[in-house]
Design a protein around this ligand. Structure first.
Ligand SMILES: [Zn+2]
Length: 291
């Protein structure tokens, strides 16, 4: 059961913590807060959360690294679906939440931004140093020669090979995946590495794959250097994000979680809030930077 807590609301269970927007504002006012963001921050940009009301995780198991590497058919399915999904991801723009996070960073309240999102929207909002824990859909790597190239280039090549696939009402996932009819997948032509003819993979961490160790360590360092951790729009279902919440809590640091619904990190949180992120973060920024 999901327990929603709102500012000023009653304590609603053993896991309830002191809540309220004022608590999050106090946390930020102390400056040097690390942010960990998830899919919930991008829903207001039109990218559905996996587990939100319109999320489609339950209808389709995501591609695993093992299947992608082992199976040409798996890669064809991935790239066909991603070819359609990328059009929506590439069109998406940062929302008020991303912009407020960047405002909080520029004002010194936020010291670091770590995101589980692969949509590039923190960077699009100006947070160039955001650490993309799970990589980014805007880059492609060759599994054979290691060459990195841009998704925009690959997108042009895939369009030349396949045209533009029009799929009405395609259900988009935050990893750029959409559901496609089998016939479209069967007919799809994938593009090899231009340098070596090898296998191209998006520069994102698939299910069944680990986040590179140096990237994890960098994030631990950012959390260790911060005074507190603020989680925005993540249910912390996967360990790759949850471990930073545990790290902060073990270090005796306050952890605030703003998310629609319960999270796996609630037991480590000093504050939990269920509020819309765009409006909430904008309010926090305005209050903190008011003359
Ligand atoms: Zn190559």
């Amino acid at each position: 059961m999901h327990v929603h807590r709102t500012p000023g609301g009653p304590e609603t269970g053993p896991a309830a913590r002191s809540g309220g927007l004022a608590e999050v504002e106090r946390l930020l006012a102390g400056r040097d807060v690390a942010v960990l963001s998830g899919a919930g921050l991008s829903t207001e940009s039109g990218i559905p959360d996996y587990r939100g009301a319109t999320g489609s995780l339950r209808r389709q198991t995501p591609m695993t690294y093992q299947e992608f590497v082992a199976s040409e058919q798996g890669r064809r399915r991935y790239w066909a679906r991603s070819h359609v999904g990328w059009q929506a991801i590439a069109r998406a723009e940062p929302n008020a939440g991303h912009r407020a996070v960047e405002g909080l960073r520029r004002s010194g309240y936020v010291s670091a931004v770590i995101t589980q999102n692969v949509d590039g929207l923190h960077r699009a909002a100006g947070t160039l140093g955001a650490v993309e824990l799970h990589g980014g859909l805007d880059r492609v790597v060759c599994l054979d020669c290691g060459r990195s190239s841009s998704r925009a280039d690959l997108d042009r090549r895939l369009h030349a090979l396949n045209g533009t696939l029009v799929v009405p009402d395609a259900a988009l996932n935050p990893d750029g995946d959409v559901q496609l009819p089998g016939a479209l997948v069967e007919a799809f032509r994938i593009a090899p590495c231009e340098a070596c003819g090898g296998v191209l993979k998006p520069d994102v961490v698939f299910f069944g794959e680990s986040v590179p160790k140096p990237r994890v360590q960098h994030c631990y360092d950012l959390v260790d250097a911060a005074r507190a951790l603020l989680v925005l729009g993540s249910s912390l279902t996967v360990m790759s994000g949850l471990r930073f919440v545990r790290r902060a809590a073990r270090g005796g640091k306050p952890v605030a979680i703003v998310n629609q619904g319960a999270t796996r990190g609630d037991e480590y949180a000093t504050t939990t809030l269920a509020l819309p992120l765009g409006a909430t973060l904008t309010t926090l920024l305005e209050q903190l930077t008011a003359p």
